[in-house]
Design a protein around this ligand. Structure first.
Ligand code: NAD
Ligand code: MG
Length: 406
């Protein structure tokens, strides 16, 4: 079926944007920025897993040519609701449709904001189709590293990082390469448990873990921030994005989240990007690059910020951060295992099947089982992902017999 939507009438200079993961935290912020610039961008496709109401609402506001729901029943419900309001949006169902819209010819820019490994294939499809890929889905890069970067290079795609730290680094690096760069200073707030008694971490509830002090985000990344696995995934993400070794990346705990990351140069200069903690800044930057557009974000008030604090990361409190450094050194299979075990662990923790302190245990176990080396083809990446999920689930099953959670 051919949609009869706005992309065909769009001004030739207006860019078509597909938002993968439109109903999530990053997806919603993206649509907020797009809504401020209707003359510059038009929405070509929106996707979600199964949130019918939210996607319906977004379709009514943005009139995309396509809407994708991974869940088949949810897709049927969305289709019915859209027909009752006379919408022309074509509804597609299933995970394969994500790849279809990510590589759709009328889409110039693709916001990759699906959470977790589910975002790998559609993000890769956008890179293979030579799009401007605005990458929020860090797990995709952690899993596929070189393969993803090669897809960008070989297909003339543009890769713009959405993760606030990586966007800050991108803004602070020289225009070409990394000449004169001494190291990357990757900042992190330290999450909600930076100062909590270590002995009480086993009692942390999902509600406490998702309450991030500075950022409002989806559940999975919020738990990742609480374990600092998020910073670990970001170390690996930065290695691939900027072609540097993990030893060139220093994590700096900065509780105010005002400095979003920095680059230190051999002449003693340090260039930082600062701002209020609001994802609309990196989103607007990536949409407009190399220009700038209004993001709807308040100007930083330095008198309000008043002070900036820094401390080194505590690897005993946050073993997941150390595991991520280790995984990247071991190789690609280990990074896939780290990510897969973490996804299984976070989901189990959120469902109260395991304790907060069992998250690192599961990951350590996955790393011990991971083969050395790096997969060279997509199929091997997917096989390792499945295998690590299987063993992580088994670990939980066996462990649950001995532990009662909360
Ligand atoms: P979220 O949970 O709020 O939203 C996730 C989106 O992905 C939703 O639209 C959901 O429908 C979709 N989705 C979930 N499972 C899916 C599946 N199996 N198949 C297809 N779609 C699926 O997540 P978020 O916080 O917006 O994070 C999205 C990504 O951006 C993550 O990789 C995260 O690490 C990264 N990121 C987020 C932030 C933030 O501020 N939220 C900051 C930096 C990076
Ligand atoms: Mg980040």
């Amino acid at each position: 079926m051919q949609p009869n939507n706005n992309y065909s009438d769009a001004d030739a200079t207006s860019k078509g944007v597909t938002v993968l993961g439109a109903t999530g935290s990053v997806g919603i912020s993206t649509l907020d920025v797009l809504s401020r610039h209707p003359e510059k961008y038009h929405v070509v496709a929106l996707t979600a897993n199964k949130q019918v109401e939210k996607l319906f609402e977004q379709c009514c506001l943005f009139h995309p040519a396509y809407a994708v729901m991974v869940d088949e029943d949810a897709a049927k419900q969305l289709e019915e609701k859209l027909r009752t309001v006379g919408s022309d949006t074509v509804v597609l169902a299933g995970a394969c449709a994500l790849e279809t819209v990510a590589s759709f010819e009328h889409s110039d820019y693709v916001m990759a904001a699906i959470v977790g490994a589910a975002g790998l294939l559609p993000s890769l499809a956008a890179a293979n189709a030579g799009k401007r890929v605005m990458l929020a889905n860090k797990e995709a890069l952690v899993m596929s590293g070189k393969l993803f970067m090669d897809a960008v290079k070989n297909n003339g795609a543009e890769l713009l990082p959405i993760d606030s730290e990586h966007n800050a680094i991108y803004q602070s690096l020289p225009l070409q390469g990394t000449t004169g760069v001494k190291r990357i200073l990757l900042t992190g707030s330290g999450g909600p448990f930076r100062q909590r008694e270590i002995e009480t971490l086993s009692l942390v509830t999902p509600q406490e873990a998702v309450a991030h002090p500075n950022w409002s985000m989806g559940q999975k990344i919020s738990v990742d921030s609480a374990t600092m696995m998020n910073k670990g995934l970001e170390v690996i993400e930065a290695c691939w994005l900027f072609d540097v070794a993990s030893t060139d990346i220093q994590v700096v705990i900065h509780p105010q989240s005002t400095i979003h990351s920095m680059v230190s140069y051999i002449d003693g200069s340090v260039i930082a990007q600062l701002g209020n903690p609001d994802m609309r800044t990196p989103i607007a930057y990536s949409l407009a690059w190399p220009e700038r557009i209004d993001a709807g974000v308040d100007e930083l008030d330095f008198f309000d910020v008043a002070r900036l604090d820094f401390e080194p990361p505590d690897f005993d409190r946050f073993p997941c951060l150390k595991f991520a450094y280790d995984a990247h050194e071991i190789g690609g299979y280990a990074s896939i295992a780290l990510n897969a075990a973490n996804e299984v662990a976070v989901d189990s923790f959120l469902n109260k099947h395991i304790k907060f302190t069992e998250i690192p245990q599961l990951i350590e176990n996955a790393l011990e089982l991971a083969p050395s080396g790096t997969p060279l083809v997509l199929e091997d990446i997917l096989i390792q992902d499945r295998e690590s999920r299987r063993t992580a689930s088994l670990w939980i099953k066996n462990n649950k017999k001995q532990t009662t959670v909360l």
